[in-house]
Design a protein around this ligand. Structure first.
Ligand code: G16
Length: 546
């Protein structure tokens, strides 16, 4: 067995020193913090990605440099496993430990222990594909990452500036190339061709779809949405707006999926929406999608991840039934505590519903347990997974009537239009547009599937968010002690009240969610719980919520 290339690592590691007094943590979506302090993390992640690839016999590992919905000065990095899924959870702690080694000597010692403990055969080849979003800090951070990839002797492939879901797609496409599970051509063009071809088949013969306004959050989604618009042509005319990827400070600023979801209002748009016109927002790396429209009175209506889950699950259910496959393919839903109570009630009356902690990895794994698993976070992050068995059924099933045959073909194309590796705003958008076209639904008809309970999400800045520990899929706090009983006491005073508190894994805040039957009560409950959290954990009165 060969050993670590210590000299190569040492000389490059010295150029990427870890800032002292900073503790890094691999959280909900990898490492995420201010871009200016991430240099050492990027270098070390490059090495870790190489080691992960060696451990998996040379399979290609993905690295995405992005801070998604976070403000522009933030940046981040996350690893993508060979099938395009999130990094295996047990490696997150290793990533955190390596990122926090104080200096080059400690880092080398930690690497050595790590490689020995995990029995990584260092003589194996290693391949890493990486991409970044449009943040100004991106190029320097990618350079640090490349140093790490070079130091461990891995082969790097630069996928350039693209969305997070495209990077996930590429990883799976590269690793399945030439196998029976081939996922598609391993290029951004291949991704666009695959999605647009499936979409065109799905909407063939349907009435002309009205144009769709796409708020790109002034992020990398603008690039891919513009390219996708070319591929779609007149099958779906996209109107990409908020595409200023080089204007300083524009990214995610008063626009994008996170803004719309948390503010529950229209983003800043350069055009005026007409009543009933559909529009949607992507987030900064285009892995989240939120739809909305204005009604005749100009009132804003949001169609979030919960509504997307309801729409798509119902459609898949109808297609499996029409194809005669409903007894063979079981559809299930995965949500988090943020799912609106209205959606959970509606869905659980129709399908099995599972609640898991926040973070795509949790939802993805739970969805894999269904034949077709529909998972969406309320924030618009989600996708649909077809299990290998259900894909096999779809490819071998012999329909007995023309109607069954049509439904079967729709199911097959539906599975193609969906990026099954991870939540993907553009792929989800095509999925939604397919269902709306098939059902001849307007935004309003889609919205009327069920009524959302009024809700409010509030951020609380506390001294140390790490003291907050939760249980029951983040619905209850177990630490700091005593707070949960006080939250319960508050919740009981509100009709239809529900609230929970959890530490964010992507921002240095604690999040408070509350819902109630009446809007003013939902707002009041959220702010009272936020105030409680703040007071109990000793925050600065100047920053008290409300
Ligand atoms: C990431 C995760 C999502 C999560 C979101 C917020 O999204 O991928 O699963 O819902 O962060 O997480 P938290 O509440 O822990 O900060 P994104 O779009 O920022 O990558």
């Amino acid at each position: 067995m060969s050993s670590l290339p210590v000299d190569a690592i040492r000389s490059l590691a010295d150029q990427h020193p870890k800032p002292s007094h900073i503790h890094f943590q691999y959280g909900t979506a990898g490492f995420r913090t201010k871009g200016e302090i991430l240099d050492s993390v990027m270098f070390r992640v490059g090495i870790l990605a190489g080691l992960r690839s060696k451990k998996l016999d040379g399979k290609t590992i993905g690295v995405m440099v992005t801070a998604s919905h976070n403000p522009e000065p933030d940046n981040g990095v996350k690893l993508v496993d060979p099938r395009g899924e999130m990094l295996e959870t047990s490696w997150e702690a290793h990533a955190t430990a390596l990122a926090n080694a104080k200096n080059t000597d400690e880092f080398l010692a930690a690497l050595d222990t790590f490689a020995t403990t995990l029995k990584i055969d260092l003589s194996k080849p290693a391949k890493v594909v990486y991409a970044r979003d449009t943040r100004p800090s991106g190029p320097a951070l990618v350079a640090a990452l490349e140093d790490g990839i070079a130091a461990i002797g891995a082969e790097g492939r630069d996928a350039g500036i693209t969305t997070t879901p495209v990077l996930h797609y590429l990883v799976r496409a590269i690793n399945t190339k030439g196998t029976k599970d081939e996922y598609g051509e391993d290029s951004e063009e291949g991704y666009l061709r695959k999605l647009s071809a499936a979409f065109k088949k799905l909407v063939a013969g349907k009435s002309v779809i009205p144009p769709l306004v796409v708020d790109c959050a002034n992020g990398v989604g603008a690039k891919v949405a513009n390219e996708l618009a070319e591929y779609l042509g007149d099958k779906l005319r996209l109107i990409p707006v908020n595409t200023s990827t080089t204007t300083p400070g524009a990214l995610n600023n008063a626009c994008g999926a996170d803004f719309v979801k948390t503010q529950q209002k229209l983003p800043s748009l350069p055009i005026e929406l007409k009543p009933g016109q559909r529009a949607c927002s992507l987030d900064g790396d285009a892995d989240r999608l939120i739809y909305y429209y204005l009604d005749d009175r100009g009132q804003f209506h949001m169609l979030d991840g919960d509504k997307i889950a309801a729409l798509s699950a119902a459609f898949i259910g109808e297609l499996t039934k029409a194809a005669g496959l409903d007894s063979k393919i079981r559809v299930g839903i995965v949500q988090t505590a943020y799912a609106n109570g209205g959606s959970t009630k509606y869905l659980s009356e129709r399908l099995p519903v599972k609640c898991v902690p926040t973070g795509v990895k949790h939802l993805h794994h739970a969805a894999e347990k269904f034949d077709v698993g529909v998972y969406f976070e309320a924030n618009g992050h989600g996708t649909v997974l077809f299990s290998p068995q259900s894909q096999e059924i779809l490819s071998t099933y012999q329909p007995s009537t023309p109607a069954q045959s049509t439904a079967l073909n729709h199911l097959i194309n539906f599975a193609e239009v969906i990026n099954q590796t991870v939540g993907d705003a553009l792929s989800d958008m095509l999925m939604v547009e397919t269902v709306l076209a098939h059902k001849s639904y307007s935004g309003e008809e889609w919205d009327s599937l069920y009524v959302d309970l009024p809700n409010r999400l509030v951020k609380v800045v506390v001294a140390d968010r790490n003291v907050f520990k939760t249980e029951d899929a983040e619905r209850r706090l177990i630490n700091p002690p005593g707070i949960q009983a006080k939250i319960d006491d508050l919740v009981h005073r509100y009709e239809g009240g529900r609230a929970f508190v959890r530490p964010s894994g992507t921002e240095d805040v604690v999040r408070v969610y509350a819902e109630a039957t009446v809007r003013t009560q939902a707002d009041e409950l959220a702010y009272r719980v936020a105030g409680l959290v703040y007071d109990e954990t000793g925050g600065d009165p100047a920053h008290r919520p409300i």
